[in-house]
Design a protein around this ligand. Structure first.
Ligand code: GLN
Ligand code: ZN
Length: 760
């Protein structure tokens, strides 16, 4: 049996690509240096796959920022405003990714969105009326040639045209206007790779796992019919992932492609579809049996059983999705062997694939195989001891544990009195810039190079400065700045029972930004108060309210590697009870506003609408309610989300029963606001008024305009003014300037409102 992977992490074993790219952004290194680093990483990764014995090795899964953006740029889908900057190709690319402000002009970045149900983010391709779609680059060919020159035959990977269309934005134009040119450009890619004598091309079409309309189906079939008309020797692999393709399986079997990649991990119906409709003999089945998203070892017995019902001669063993979503290697970690043996990161998954190839080819009983035997030991007994008290507590939860009293409107009146905030209250999302100094000091503390008390003193100084700055510019609801936190999930995990932490298990989130998700190893409970000291210290420095800052249970779960031995719902309720204790402690210590971030709530929303409530929201929303159900009426609960694509789940968001919600709005369009009105959304809202993912400083005039636009849609009593996310990834200079402009803009709009009322 042959082996392959859908894609491999590109950031490097030690995040080398991040360092190289950021150095280039700072102007500390040249374009040549960055490109050279990229080449070195690609070579290392291709060699690793080859040496491990993977047969079919992907290329063009590398990227300096995002492969969706790579595809758009390759096809010349570059809005005019970026072309007009007249930057070098690489700098134009980075302008699309991050925005640009400098001598050449001033543009914001393309909107960034979550990649399906993952914590990876892609940049949204934007078609304009006069976008001339054509093959305009060589990256995909260059990478193929690069590998070839190293003696490695690779399978170039590209985002397929159907998913590209479905994810793209069409400004003042339609997909129909560009369809023919798009198909022609993909045809040219196929033709050119054919000339290069490449053996395979992988077309990623994850959109096929979503609910497809009849129009979607027709569009897809039309594109693939056209794409596969010309004679060629290169084989095409239609690759899907993140679910099953129940709406179109029968149709894709008839396509003129040589390989179909299916996900057997998240694709609940994949095996059934094959059982029911079969699999054509003239195609290869790229079977995604090794989980590309989680870090637990594959159960060889289970996988072997699955493979037994597939047409084995046609199977290429693969991962369920790109390994982009898991960290590099367990080798880097310092877990004791009893723990480490349960884990499999990207590098180890390669070995799992080669093991499985051997095991599934054994004609006789596999149980004599050493690797098979060692693997089975891991699954024969319970991995952790259960916290029975907690299990009972969860079993005993009743309806009132999930319902805050009194109801929203009554609370709103009490809070208005208690907090006496101005209209259009200004605030931030929580974190302030994590400067080099902050990071370096934390690193020194972690390495025991400075004492606990010195570290705490340092943090107190940072908090004091942060509070002073916020007072000075006149923000209304302050934050302590979250300097003590490396990461909004890891920090809580470290202070809860049941989590494990890696040293180096980084996963790319967007561009150069990586996250290091904790591993939920056992039952979760709170060991001690976590944030109370810091919040109380900050509150002691000011008479303005300082928000307590917590991460919600759904986000903690979604940004961790979850257990596979108990349900996700059970794990989330455990976390919710732990955070509830923290909420009540903050309240008892005088914190009047508590923000419980659910940055990742939408992330694990099933990709099919039909599964949304039953499989997810019906337990995720109650888990959030459980966290704050016991606070007093005057305590104001905020929540925050890093995106605005929730028009479709607004009732569920309102049912979280928070008092205020802030969310991203500046990068996406403001259509959400109409939806809020249509749904009579009760929660007060803080749509982000500027994009924090870019270093660009918004002007007062620009912010005033944004606020006024918001006021056309949202009543003045319900509107908060804030940036669209935490500020920790930003530099201090741009942050201070932006916030100063934000408060000024809010004050000016407020004054104008007073003036208008007086005139009326
Ligand atoms: N309170 C967190 C912060 O400001 C929220 C981060 C997030 O939404 N990703 O950093
Ligand atoms: Zn956010």
């Amino acid at each position: 049996m042959k082996t392959t992977v859908v894609g491999f992490p590109r950031i490097g074993e030690n995040r080398e690509l991040k360092a190289a790219t950021e150095s280039y952004f700072r102007g500390d290194s040249t374009q040549e240096a960055l490109v050279g680093k990229g080449k070195q990483l690609k070579r290392m990764h291709w060699n690793l796959l080859k040496e491990t014995g993977i047969h079919l090795i992907p290329s063009n899964d590398f990227s300096f920022y995002d492969t969706t953006l790579d595809t758009a740029v390759l096809l010349n889908i570059i809005p005019k405003r970026y072309q007009e900057l007249k930057l070098s190709p690489l700098d134009t690319y980075f302008a699309l990714a991050r925005g640009y402000q400098g001598d050449a002009g001033d543009v914001t970045a393309l909107p960034m969105k979550k990649w399906f149900n993952t914590n990876y983010h892609y940049l949204t391709p934007e078609f304009e009326k006069d976008t001339e779609v054509k093959l305009a680059g060589t990256k995909i060919f260059d990478e193929y040639t690069e590998a070839k020159e190293l003696g490695i035959e690779t399978r170039p990977v590209i985002l397929g045209p159907f998913t590209l269309i479905k994810l793209a934005e069409f400004k003042d134009t339609t997909e129909q206007e560009h369809l023919a040119a798009l198909i022609a450009a993909y045809k040219e890619i196929i033709r050119t790779l054919n000339e290069h004598t490449a053996q395979w091309l992988q077309l990623d079409e994850p959109y096929l796992v979503k609910d497809l309309s009849e129009a979607d189906r027709e569009l897809f079939l039309h594109i693939y019919h056209e794409l596969t008309l010309e004679p060629r020797t290169i084989k095409l692999l239609l690759q899907t992932y993140f679910g099953d393709v129940r709406d179109i399986y029968g149709d894709i079997l008839a396509l003129n492609v040589e390989g179909i990649g299916l996900d057997f991990v998240e694709g609940k119906q994949t095996a059934d579809l094959i059982a029911a409709l079969g699999f054509p003999q003239n195609k290869q089945l790229f079977a995604g049996v090794v989980n590309g998203k989680n870090i637990w070892r594959n159960d060889y017995q289970q996988t072997a059983d699955l493979l037994n019902v597939l047409p084995k001669e046609q199977v290429v063993l693969s991962t369920s999705c790109s390994l982009l979503h898991v960290p590099f290697s367990v080798e880097q970690e310092e877990f004791p062997l009893e723990v480490a043996q349960h884990f499999s990161f990207a590098k180890e998954k390669l070995t799992e694939l080669t093991d499985l190839a051997v095991i599934s080819s054994l004609s006789a009983d596999a149980s004599a195989n050493e690797r098979y035997k060692n693997n089975q030991v891991l699954f024969q007994k319970k991995r952790v001891i259960e916290n029975q008290l907690l299990t009972h507590k969860i079993a005993g939860l009743a309806a009132e544990d999930f319902q805050r009293q009194p109801l929203f409107e009554e609370r709103a009146v009490v809070q208005k009195q208690a907090l006496s905030l101005p209209v259009l209250p200004t605030t931030t999302i929580g974190s302030f810039p994590q400067t080099r100094e902050v990071k370096a000091t934390r690193a020194r503390f972690k390495k025991n190079q400075i004492s606990q008390s010195d570290y705490r003193e340092f943090l107190k100084e940072k908090i004091a400065d942060c509070v002073a700055f916020q007072e000075e510019i006149g923000l209304d609801v302050l934050v302590h700045g979250e300097f003590e936190r490396n990461d909004m999930v890891e920090y809580f995990g470290e202070n809860l029972e049941g989590f494990l932490f890696s040293k180096n298990a980084w996963v790319q989130s967007y561009g150069t930004r990586c996250v290091k998700p904790p591993i939920i190893w056992g039952d979760v409970s709170r060991k001690r108060p976590i944030t109370v000291d810091w919040s109380v210290f900050a509150q002691g420095l000011t008479t303005k309210p300082v928000k307590g800052m917590l991460t919600g249970p759904v986000t903690i779960l979604n940004w961790s590697f979850p257990r596979e031995d108990i349900s996700i719902k059970e794990s989330t309720l455990q976390i919710a009870l732990a955070i509830q204790e923290e909420v009540l402690d903050l309240e008892a210590n005088g914190i009047k506003i508590i923000q419980i971030d659910e940055a990742a709530l939408r992330e694990k929303l099933p990709l099919r609408k039909s599964d949304w409530y039953q499989e997810y929201l019906d337990w995720a929303i109650p888990a959030f309610r459980l966290v704050h159900s016991k606070v007093a009426p005057q305590t104001q609960i905020h929540t925050h989300m890093c995106y605005s694509e929730f028009a479709d789940i607004l009732p569920a968001i309102d049912q979280m029963d928070a008092d205020v919600i802030s969310f991203e709005a500046s990068r996406s369009n403001l259509s959400l606001l109409d939806a809020l009105n249509a749904h009579h959304f009760q929660t007060a809202v803080g749509p982000g008024v500027y994009d924090i993912h870019s270093p660009r400083v918004p002007s007062v005039a620009e912010l005033e305009k944004t606020i006024k636009i918001l006021l056309e849609k949202i009543s003045v009593e319900k509107l908060w003014i804030n940036p669209d996310c935490g500020l920790k990834t930003r530099g201090e200079k741009e942050t201070f300037a932006s916030l100063e402009n934000l408060t000024r803009a809010a004050v000016q709009v407020r004054e104008a409102l007073v003036y208008e009322t007086v005139r009326e």
